[in-house]
Design a protein around this ligand. Structure first.
Ligand code: AMP
Length: 394
């Protein structure tokens, strides 16, 4: 009884999950299961429980939990969920680092992009182009990013995540130099959610050559939003880098978080104005249990600042309460209730803006009708940390 192998081949969304248990002794067992057919015989399953399992896996598209579920699903009742999780864990450890492919230059990524193909439910490579989901990030990944990545994972054949701290969207006195950079940890998280393609340019020069002169300028419209006014040049930097990344990755769908509300409106504008052929998907803001919106910048907060930070979302909830209590509410009243709530917290050092804008255009509104709704956004400093958040009124 010493040559027992479970091999498990996951080939993506709606894919075949195959688990083979093969014993070379007289109890010789071969178990094949698919999500759709459950074609497992119970006598085989019993012997599967007795063997010491050696794992050889390609889990590139499966999360730990989904592997555990698959193992339990196929071998139930002898496999408990915890046994299945242990199997999945061991397997994942043994295959770590081989799975996330990191591309450090544009040509390197382009070569790999050309080879991407659709795979059918039997794992056969088809001569068809896959749906590619794309999540651009600046790294220091957290659950907010991961929610976009998981959604992209569900809705596409292949997912690409980019990690690039783009200098052109930072102002001269902003936190470009101290922005957290942790590629190795990010890759581990990406691996956990089954993302295998990471475009992480190795240097600023690999994105912007020394002859770079062209930029995408969304103009006065975005410069005049409150976020635009407090970060001059930010939206031009975002528009340019996102356009470049979309050209490099050529996704079917690109995913952005509602957390950066003006950015979402901006990206939709660019895609429409420049006739780009892709869908933009916006995911909800993911929050900590106490309501603080997840952000890579939360790591800068001291313990006392972190305890004070939930006041931001509380102030936005007050605005929502007011909106819900009337048929039509003035923006001044909404702004006032948010500011007054923020001011109850002494660690809120500076309220940079509170703004009430159209959900479609980010143009400022003077009043909000129930039917139309609005978006209330704010930026403030807790200690020295600048945080932004928003709430959609609808
Ligand atoms: P960043 O790395 O901050 O540039 O963010 C990359 C993407 O993740 C952007 O589309 C953000 O809007 C999105 N994102 C950041 N934080 C959150 C969050 N808490 N919830 C949902 N999406 C987020």
């Amino acid at each position: 009884m010493n040559n027992k192998i479970i091999s498990h081949h996951g080939r993506g969304f709606l894919s075949l999950i195959e688990i083979h248990v093969v014993c070379t002794d007289m109890m010789c067992t071969s178990v094949h299961g698919t999500r759709s057919s459950r074609n497992i015989s119970s006598s085989n399953i019993v012997s599967a429980k007795l063997v010491r399992l050696k794992l050889r896996c390609d889990f590139s598209r499966l999360t730990l939990t989904s592997i555990a579920y698959a193992v339990q699903f196929l071998f139930f009742p002898p496999f408990t969920m915890s046994a299945a999780a242990a199997v999945a864990c061991t397997a994942r450890r043994s295959t770590m680092s081989a799975m996330v492919k990191v591309y450090r230059t544009v040509p390197e990524f382009r070569e790999a992009r050309k080879l991407l193909r659709k795979v059918d439910t039997d794992g056969k490579i088809l001569p068809l182009l896959p749906d590619v989901g794309f999540v651009p990030t600046m790294g220091a990944l957290h659950r907010g990013h991961l929610s976009l990545l998981k959604r992209a994972r569900q809705e596409n054949d292949v997912v690409v995540c980019s990690i690039f701290v783009n200098p052109t969207q930072f102002g001269p006195n902003e936190d470009l130099d101290r922005y957290p950079r942790q590629l190795e940890r990010d890759c581990e998280l990406l691996q956990e959610v089954g993302i295998e393609h990471v475009f992480a340019p190795s240097s600023v020069e690999s994105m912007y050559s020394k002859y770079h002169v062209t930029s995408v300028d969304p103009g006065i419209c975005f410069e005049q939003t409150e976020e635009g006014k407090s970060r001059p040049g930010h939206f031009k930097g975002v528009a340019t880098v996102v356009t470049k990344l979309l050209n490099i990755v050529q996704p079917t769908r690109a995913y952005f978080g509602q957390k950066d509300a003006a950015q979402c409106v901006l990206i939709r504008r660019i895609v429409n104005d420049l006739n780009m052929s892709l869908d933009i998907v916006v995911g909800d803001t993911v929050r900590e249990d106490d309501g603080l919106a997840m952000s890579s910048r939360n790591a800068y907060l001291s313990t006392s600042e972190r305890s004070a930070a939930p006041i931001i979302y509380q102030s936005l909830l007050k605005a929502r309460e007011l909106f819900q209590s009337k048929e039509c509410v003035s923006s001044c009243d909404l702004i006032d209730v948010v500011e007054q709530t923020l001011k109850t917290q002494p660690l809120v050092r500076e309220i940079q803006y509170v703004s009430v804008d159209s959900r479609e255009t980010m143009q400022t509104l003077t009043k909000v009708h129930h039917q139309e709704g609005a978006i209330v956004s704010l930026a403030c400093k807790i200690g020295s940390v600048r945080l932004i958040d928003n709430i959609v009124l609808q």
